[in-house]
Design a binder for this molecule. Sequence first.
Ligand code: C2E
Ligand code: MG
Ligand code: MG
Ligand code: MG
Length: 290
Amino acid sequence: QVKENGRNHFRFFAPEMNQRASRILEMESALRNALARNEFELYYQPKIDLFSGALVGAEALIRWQHPEMGQIQPIQFIPFAEESGMILPIGEWVLNEACKQAKKWHEKLPISVAVNLSALQFRQDNIVEIITAALQNAQLDGKYLELELTESVVVQNLDAAIVYLKRLKQLGVTLAMDDFGTGYSSLSYLKQFPFDTLKIDRSFIQNVITEPNDAMIAIAIINMAHSMRLNVVAEGVETESQMHFLHRQNCDQIQGYYFSKPLTAIAFDEFINKTRQHPFQNSSAENAPR
Ligand code: C2E
Ligand code: MG
Ligand code: MG
Ligand code: MG
């Protein structure tokens, strides 16, 4: 019977596993080619300070411009990049590219740039050297680079994570916890980590006006984060009323389609020019109910 089960097991699961393994291999070589052919591109989403109305930063978000398939979103290839290890060279490219871009924008405006770091990158032995080199290549001061890590990345191995995070902090960079509220971490142990910023996940912001529970969660996160002296960013702000709600609750910064979708470097440059001519300050001060 054991043998029978074993056989069934083999018959039912092995083909699937093989398919999956070969799919990862296929994607690995596709990603390797994409990197060699320079098919990746960074888009940048503006981050706006709610009190001054100023443009304060950009989050770098990767896209794959595939010659046949067109633009491929990160959700469709980042998981494969993580499983195959290709996220390491891709992530290094992202860090270098984002730092160089930030430095260029500094001729106009001293904004910071945020880069998403995956679990594998975070645990990479030479991550400190890689980030140091990216900052040096770009001649960028570490305080203008923010590293975004999700809860799940940090929570996997708490003690080691604290050591890794402190290593990163020594580079003078700032650290943001991304997608907060979607994982298992609690605010109480967040204070053990040297984070500077907490990003409230889009899923809470989405229904903040219509769902009293989501509003309560958002308010609780903002207040507790502030009591730990963390800067709070709301992700996925799409409407004016969401912005006003967050402004009333003293949220520090917002990011979302309401101000702008992620933009190409060229479009972001134009965005900088526009905000310098017409700061958001004026329009949001007029519209904000007090
Ligand atoms: P994330 O870091 O949480 O990035 C925010 C995502 O929300 C982005 O999706 C952004 O386009 C989207 N977004 C921003 N504002 C709004 C809004 O108002 N409404 C809606 N519906 N969506 C909004 P994107 O660019 O598809 O990236 C998805 C995820 O892929 C990122 O989530 C991040 O986890 C990962 N990712 C992107 N670029 C990189 C990268 O260079 N390296 C690594 N390791 N991961 C990356
Ligand atoms: Mg992020
Ligand atoms: Mg996020
Ligand atoms: Mg998210």
